[in-house]
Design a protein around this ligand. Sequence first.
Ligand code: ADP
Length: 190
Amino acid sequence: MTHQRIAIYPGTFDPVTNGHLDIIGRGAQLVDRLIVAVAVNAGKGPLFELEDRVDLLQEEIRHLPEAIAARIEVRPFRSLLMRFAEECGAGLILRGLRAVSDFEYEFQMAGMNHRLNPAIETVFLMASETHQFISSRFVKEIARLGGDVGSFVSPRVVARMQRQFGAGHTPPASDPTAPTLPQLAPRAPL
Ligand code: ADP
């Protein structure tokens, strides 16, 4: 039996962006199986329920080239990431790295996960030049204020967000993903 190289790409994916899809597509070419692991992450006050985030990812992956899509699986998880990785038989945790903003958080997470299980390596893919600045948080903020997010997410995600905001979803006040950047809000009339 040949040894399969299995990687886990964990995240909140609220919602999946073109930046995530770029990491997924590139990551899947480096391994035999890529498990996109969707975290509950209730603390982040997600816009989409876990099941919806999984659905959206599955839908996006169906649109990738078949040879790549065949290696990818999307799974929700509610447990400790390293335990989930062990259950999946993964040897790698895949993460994306944007400019400097992600570094400290990712550095700490990789270090602590390494302590929990040194046999599982965290590997990083640099965000592509064209997707460097995309974040789910800003996508939600722009969409909530009626801006065009069509170059950051797929048309399917755009439609789902329109429905969600149309349904009157307002993130809770304590939500760290709630709008905080005044420059993205519509300007007050002069
Ligand atoms: P988390 O809550 O775990 O940070 P996210 O869904 O925000 O989940 O991100 C999952 C992973 O994808 C992280 O490693 C993050 O750095 C990476 N990522 C997010 N956006 C991009 C992007 N535009 N390009 C490359 N990687 C990204």
